[in-house]
Each structure stands twice: as C-alpha cells, then as structure tokens.
Design a protein around this ligand. Structure first.
Ligand code: NAP
Length: 282
C-alpha cells in the first residue's frame, strides 16, 4: 500500500506556483490577488479562511480577507462583491460557505464575476465543467485528480465509484473522472446494495461525511481509495469516511485523513487564482 500524500504533493505544487507567481509579477508588475469573504463567526470557517490566507502568502499572492459580522445584510455583501468584481488587484473571489441563513447562497455565488469564480461554484463554471471546457476546476475534486496524476495512477478505462453526490464534491468529481475516460458510478444515500457496487471499484472516492463508513469488506483488493471526508471520531480526533486502518490492508493506494485531500483543496484554489490572474492578463 502506498499513501497518497496530499501534504507532500501540495508542497511540490505550491513551490511550482511560487515560481510562476514570481514570473507573473516580473511580467505584469503585480501579484495574483485573492479576496476571501467570511460572514459570521463559525469557528470551522474561520480556520478554513485562515488556512487559505496563509497559503496565499506562502506562494506570494496578494491576499485580502473581509471578515464581516453575522448581521451583514445580503445587500451589503453584494455591494462588496460588486466592488471586488471591479477591482483589478483581485483575480479571484471566494465567499466562505455556509453564509448565515438570512443570506441566499445562490444569489451570492451568482454575483461573483465568472472570471473570478475560483471556487467554481457558479452556474457558468459548473456548465463549463459539465462540457469539459472549464476555466476553473472545483477545488476538492481537482485535488483528487492532481493526487492521481502525481502518483501516476491510470484513470482511463477504470471503474470509478464516487460515494456522495453533493454539488461541491460528488457530482463534479464524477465529471472530472468521466472526462479522464473512467467508467463512473455515482452512489448516494438511496443507493441499494452499496457494497456490491463499491467492491467493483478500481478507484473509490468517498465524500459522505460519516466517520469510518467504508469498511474493509466494501473494498476490492488493490483498489485506489480516496477519502474526502472530514469528521471527528469518538475521541474527537479528525478522521475520514473510510476505516483507514482496516482498508489500508487491501488498498493499493489510499489517502490519509488528515494529510490527504484537505491540503490539496487549498492548493487547487491557489492554482485557480493563478489561472484567473493569467487569464486577466491576456
Ligand atoms: P454533503 O453535501 O452532506 O453530501 C453528502 C453526500 O453523501 C450526499 O450525496 C448523500 O446522499 C451521501 N450520503 C450520505 N449518507 C450516505 C450513505 N449512508 N450511503 C451513501 N451515500 C450517503 O457533503 P459534502 O459537502 O459533499 O462533503 C462530504 C464530506 O467531505 C464531508 O465530511 C466534508 O467535511 C468533506 N469535505 C472535505 C473537503 C476537503 O477539502 N477535504 C472539502 C469538502 C468536503 P444524498 O444526496 O442521497 O443525501
């Protein structure tokens, strides 16, 4: 079994991005810029935003974080997005989800200029992903593909099973695997005989949000197992959707949690921002 090391892969990719940022700055006299907006005080969101800010600084981006109070109105948020859309220091805009209940998530995401939609959640970005001509790849699924690539794991012709069909992970993950010519099955909470399907998977991507849900008997010998899940176990420790200790005995490759998909997601956000900056300069 080989570990798919998201930390190490991220480090390599970020070093490459830092070089590209230096040459971008030399050519255009400015840095790629990312604006992150956080509304409210959700502790998990605060951590994610802090990590994004640190990652931006690590590769030499210009970074703005707008921390807004929970009481911010939708109108105020839309005004800020309009300002950032028009700001040429800013190439990527990200609104940390979830937003408070009185704000409509879709309206907010749709207000971001598609050229700056580095999370790739807007309808225009989703459409482009669907037809296989994306400006930006959705960060978590793109991180999975980058890990497969880094470890030279073939995708073409393989049976890929994705558990989870969320708009931010499962569905776009299926699309990215399909575009790489895998035969893709998407499973969800209404899927019958789930284990029969997962046992056929050469590549199994799990994005459910249930601690240690995928057990050894659900995995084929030699499968590549990618665990997107981030949960707390009974002792409060971070763990994935896969029972790592048991499944690693059967898998050929497996991601750890933490240190697998998590760091890759932020790395892909950096990649998208760099792409946005390059596109803006064209
Ligand atoms: P989500 O929106 O809650 O979607 C969960 C999906 O899992 C749904 O499609 C659901 O099916 C399916 N599901 C739930 N129980 C199931 C079961 N018993 N059998 C089969 N399918 C089941 O979650 P998400 O946003 O995609 O996130 C999934 C996990 O990934 C979470 O742990 C989250 O924290 C993590 N995550 C990690 C990263 C990262 O950077 N590493 C990024 C995003 C998310 P239905 O559609 O039928 O309800």
């Amino acid at each position: 079994m080989t570990l798919l090391d998201g930390k190490l892969t991220s480090k390599k990719l970020r070093a490459r991005f830092a070089e590209q940022v230096r040459s971008y700055e030399e050519t255009y006299g400015k840095k790629p810029g990312l604006a992150v907006i956080l509304v409210g005080e959700d502790p998990a969101s605060q951590t994610y935003v802090k990590n994004k800010e640190l990652a931006c600084l690590e590769v030499g981006f210009y970074s703005e974080v707008h921390r807004l109070p929970e009481s911010t109105t939708q109108e105020e948020l839309l005004e800020l997005i309009a300002k950032l859309n028009a700001d040429d220091k800013i190439h990527g805009i990200l609104v940390q989800l979830p937003v408070p209940r009185h704000i409509d998530e879709v309206t907010v995401i749709e207000a971001i200029d598609p050229k700056k939609d580095v999370d790739a959640f807007g309808y225009a970005s989703v459409g482009r992903i669907m037809v296989g001509n994306p400006d930006f790849l959705p960060c978590t699924p793109a991180g999975v593909m980058a890990l497969l690539d880094e470890y030279d794991i073939p995708v073409e012709g393989k049976n890929a099973v994705v558990i989870g069909r969320s708009n931010i992970v499962g569905k776009p993950q299926a699309m990215l695997l399909l575009h790489k010519n895998a035969t893709v099955t998407v499973c969800h909470s209404k899927t019958q005989n789930l284990a029969d399907i997962t046992r056929e998977a050469d590549i199994l991507v799990v994005a459910i949000g249930r601690a240690k849900f995928v057990t050894q008997d659900m995995v084929k010998d030699g499968a590549v197992v990618i665990d997107v899940g981030m949960n707390r176990d009974e002792n409060g420790r971070l763990c994935g959707d896969v029972d790592f200790d048991a499944v690693k005995e059967k898998a050929s490759f497996i991601t750890p949690v933490p240190g697998g998909c998590g760091p890759m997601t932020i790395t892909m956000l950096l990649q998208n921002t760099l792409t946005a900056a390059k596109n803006a300069a064209k």
